[in-house]
Each structure stands twice: as C-alpha cells, then as structure tokens.
Design a protein around this ligand. Structure first.
Ligand code: ISL
Ligand code: CA
Length: 549
C-alpha cells in the first residue's frame, strides 16, 4: 500500500457549528468558536473535520436550506473567519470537509424566487406541477411529514419538496442548474477545501415521471422513488468530469435509499464518489412510518448490517462508519447504556467505530460520551422534522406524552444540544443562554473533567484512535465476523500483511463468556476496563487482541 488516498487513512470529526462553541456571547456556536478549539480537535488525533452547512440560510432545517451558496451564515461569522479557520486546520495538518446541500435550496434563494415568477432559465431549476390547491400531483410523503408537494398560490402550481416546504428540490434534469451547482463547488474548492459531504446525493436523480408510491413503508418509498433515479450515476460522473477530477478533493455522499446491491454503481473509481454514508443500521429501528415509528432491533440484525456492507466494500469502493450524527440520537443512548454503563458503553462504541473497515466519522461530543437530552414538552423541540412529526401525530390523535417518548428516543434534538466543555454555566459553551438548552448532565459529562481523567471516555478515544493508526490492519485489513448469532457478543477479526486482530464487544449489561477464538490471540492490546478477566467479558467490555501471523 504505497500512498493511499488520505481519506482512507483518516478519522473524521463532525462538527455541527451551531452547537459546538460560541465565541461572541450570542448563544450560537460559530466559526471563531471552532478556531478557539483547534488545539483540542488536534489533540483528539483525528485527521479531518466535517462541518455541517455554514452557508446563508433562514435556518428552517438547521442550515440545510441554503439561500446563498456563496455567503456564510452571518451568525457563524465572516469569510475572513472561514479563511482563518481553514488556515488553522491546515497548519495543524487537518483537512476540511464542507457540507454541500445540492438536492434542494431554500425557498428564499433567488433562484426559487425567480423560478416561481416564471423567469427563464430559472423556471426549470425546480419541479413545478399544475394542479388544484387540494389535489397534489401524487401521493409522495415528505421526509418531514405531510405531502412532498406545496401549492404556491403566487405561481398557481405545486413545487416538489422532499424535505420541508422551505426546501424546494432542485431539478438536476436542467443542465443550466447543474452548471450553477458546479460553479458553487469550484468556488469552495478554489478556496482550498479538501472534501465535500454531499447531502442526500442519492436523490438528485429521482423518478421524474412521478408515479404514486406503492408502499406505506417510508424507507421503501425513498429507495424506489426518491433515490437511485435513472440518471444518478450519470450526474455523479458529470460532476467528476466537470469539477472533482480537477481538484485533490474527497467526496462522500449521503445515500439514504442506496443499498448494498447498487452502492458500487456510485463508487466507480473514475466516475463515482469516493465514499458513501449508508443507513443500514440507522434505519434498523424504524418501522414503516419512519423515525417516529420505532420498532425493536436485535444484535443479530445490527451485526448483519455491518457484515453485508463490509462485504460490499471489500469488493470495491470505500465505506464510512458512523454510529451517530446531527440527524440521529446520541450513540451511547441509542446503542449503549447511558445510565448504568455510560462510560463503558461509550468506550465500546468508540472501539467499534475505530476498528471497523471504512473511514470512521465521530460526531462531536461522542468522544466524551454525551447523551440524549429529554424534551418535557413538544414546544421545546427546535427541529423541523420533530415538530412536523408532532403535527402529524397530533392529527392522528396521538397524545403529546406518547409522541414525546418517540421524540426523546429518535429525535434530532438529541444530537444538537451544545457541546459540554466544562462544569461552568452553560457548560462553557457560551457566556450567554445557548440557542438550545444544555443537557442537564453537563456537570458530570464534560471535556475539562475528562481531560484530567486517565479512565475517561475522552482519554480512551484518543488511545483507540492512536491504536488505529499504529495498526494499519484496521484501515486496510479484511473483515471476518464471528459469533454472528450471539445476542450480546459482537466479535470480528481483521487481517492484513501478517497481522491479525480480534475485536470482542459485549453489547449488554450481562457478563458473557469470551469466544473460543480468543485462545489463539496471546496479546490483549486494549480494554475499556481497569483489569482483564481471562475468561469473561464484563458488561459493555471491549477488548482488542492481536498476534503476528
Ligand atoms: O432524518 C432522516 C429521516 O429519518 C434522515 O434520513 C435524513 O433526513 C436524511 O438522511 C437526509 O439528511 C440530510 O438531508 C436533510 C437534513 O435535514 C439532514 O440534516 C441531512 O443530514 C435535508 O437536507
Ligand atoms: Ca456566536
């Protein structure tokens, strides 16, 4: 393996700027707040930062509704701040990945305003359909509840919005629109950005004959109608030729609806994306109604998702590994035990993240085991998806107390509470009241306290990240799962160039026996417990064994 692409060797740290660090006492995280924390980010041992959208936006969907692709969100700072942040990252040998939202714009973007006035060439920058105010063109549901079609009285027709009604879908069938988006990409790549995270890239080609969906299963509707459209591969290939091939840039596509069977179509070495976020595990507990229709999941299913996707990416392409982000509950609350075993299970999840094939993406705060928050009333939710979900639920007669259970289990507010830096007021995030309340446990869970504690999740995260770098078998090695049916144990082997590692993870509150395979591995490299019991795994214990072949 001579000089593999940097993004294959990288560990990526995801920052949701609004909730990371406030530098100017307005209660909102900003770019100068990130600049203040560059040494902290570097101390983690990560190699790149992914910033959620930083562009001008009415903030209907946390910045994923962009009204000017060439301007920064004013409350985040100035272009000079951006340039200083980029320089600060590069000085520390850190790469910057920005988040481009190209499946839709804000309805406050001038393109949309000109489009709805029927001004060429903007008319075809979006999907407009005739109809009457009470009869949408088809039965497509929005990701955010209700119809995916909005009647625009001024224009006298409907427009498509797979997400909120303030996020009209951009019509990639229109060449002039694609050229405008390529200009946006070049502008930010010319500034020296190292990577692009491409929001919902799987949906830029959709079923533009707009048939009704024939399924009540929302994730099936995404797969069959919104994503994987007939020109998806062509559009990605064109972006490669028109833009990406002219830069040293990494592209990672967010691919809801993409499957193990078709993923490699979009990861072609010359014509595709470099990497993909798949959602096999992230939808594992979503029933037909989507996020707020939770269903039980099993360890067997969870392991199967990794087995299937690792097998896909062993053939070709390159995967990403994540267990949480700004769209999902905190990983320790969702997959671990955030009460009795918060520290152990957050360390175990970091172990999985850093020992799986594919580029690991760690979400800010997960390196210290931040947990879900608790909404005590729906008025407290600041997320459009959760608020719209509540509108739907209330219309269906679901009481607030019941919907709050779903929102607190699966909602996106969980991931957007401010990062907990210290035990001081507002958790050291700001000297003003934060835009979103800090999690009540900030005095117990914060960076300052963990930096001083050799047994903390933060210390463990740094150690496991260094271990991944020392043992390149974890980056380039094969994957072989063992114990595929065991309901508590997740164990797998990695092998590359005469080194074999065995990872054993006890995803339970119970003590479990070690798998027989351990007997072949004389050396335990790391455990998340103070001592190693030779025969048993403690609750939420993670171990990595090695031997030289
Ligand atoms: O929330 C989801 C439905 O369960 C996710 O599937 C998510 O909405 C979807 O994967 C797309 O997410 C991206 O695009 C959205 C934005 O709200 C998300 O924050 C972003 O990650 C629209 O831009
Ligand atoms: Ca601020």
């Amino acid at each position: 393996m001579n000089n593999p692409a940097w993004w294959k060797e990288a560990v990526v740290y995801q920052i949701y700027p609004r909730s990371f660090k406030d530098s100017n006492a307005d209660g909102i995280g900003d770019l100068r707040g990130i600049i203040e924390k560059l040494d902290y980010i570097q101390s983690l041992g990560v190699d790149a930062v992914w910033l959620n959208p930083i562009f001008k936006s009415p903030n209907d969907d946390g910045g994923y509704d962009i009204s000017d692709y060439y301007a920064l969100q004013p409350e985040f700072g100035t272009m000079a701040d951006f340039d200083e942040l980029l320089a600060g990252l590069h000085q520390r040998k850190l790469k910057l990945i920005i988040d481009l939202v190209l499946n839709h714009s804000s309805d406050e973007h001038e393109w949309f305003q000109l489009s709805r006035q029927g001004k060429k060439p903007y008319t075809d920058f979006y999907f407009w359909k005739p109809g009457t105010p009470d009869a949408p063109p088809n039965n497509w549901p929005s990701f955010f509840g209700g119809s995916a079609w909005q009647w625009d009285a001024g224009a006298g027709k409907y427009y498509l919005h797979l997400f909120s009604k303030k996020q009209p879908d951009l019509n990639w069938e229109t060449p002039a629109l694609r050229q405008e988006l390529y200009k946006v990409m070049r502008y930010w790549l010319d500034k020296g950005v190292d990577g692009l995270r491409l929001d919902v890239i799987s949906a830029i080609s959709k079923r533009t004959d707009f048939p009704n969906t024939d399924t009540d299963d929302f994730n099936e509707t995404i797969r069959k109608y919104y994503a994987n459209g007939p020109r998806l591969r062509e559009f990605i290939a064109e972006a490669r030729t028109e833009v990406w091939n002219n830069y040293d840039v990494m592209t990672v596509g967010e691919g809801p609806g993409i499957t193990p069977q078709n993923a490699l179509e979009f990861l072609h070495p010359q014509q595709g994306l470099n990497m993909l976020f798949h959602f096999g595990h992230m939808f594992i507990d979503q029933g037909p109604g989507g996020r707020f229709d939770p269903i039980p999941w099993t360890m067997k299913e969870f392991k199967q998702v990794f087995e299937t996707w690792n097998a896909t990416f062993q053939q070709a392409g390159w995967g990403s590994v994540f267990l949480g982000n700004h769209d999902f509950p905190r990983m320790v609350s969702r997959w671990g035990n955030d009460t009795l075993y918060r520290q152990e299970s957050s360390k175990l999840l970091c172990t999985l993240l850093l020992t799986m094939p594919g580029t690991p993406f760690i979400y800010m705060g997960d390196e210290i085991g931040m947990t879900n928050t608790t909404l005590t009333s729906m008025a407290a939710s600041l997320d459009v998806e959760t608020q719209n979900g509540w509108v739907q639920a209330r219309a269906n007669g679901i009481p607030e107390a019941e919907f709050l259970k779903y929102a607190n289990y699966a909602g996106r507010d969980n991931a957007r509470t401010p990062v907990q830096w210290t035990a001081d007021s507002h958790a050291g995030f700001s000297t003003a009241r934060p835009w979103m309340p800090v999690n009540a446990n900030y005095a117990q869970v914060n960076v300052a306290q963990q930096q001083a504690d050799p047994q903390s999740t933060l210390t463990y995260f740094k150690n496991i990240t260094q271990l991944r770098k020392r043992h390149r078998v974890l980056t380039h090695g094969s994957y072989k799962s063992i114990e595929t049916t065991h309901q508590q144990l997740f164990a797998y082997e990695r092998e590359w160039q005469q080194e074999k590692l065995l990872v054993v993870l006890n995803f339970s509150d119970q003590v479990v026996n070690l798998p027989d395979e351990v007997s072949a591995y004389p050396v335990c490299l790391i455990t998340n417990y103070p001592a190693v019991n030779p025969g048993l795994l403690q609750p939420w214990e993670a171990r990595i064994y090695t031997y030289k072949v």
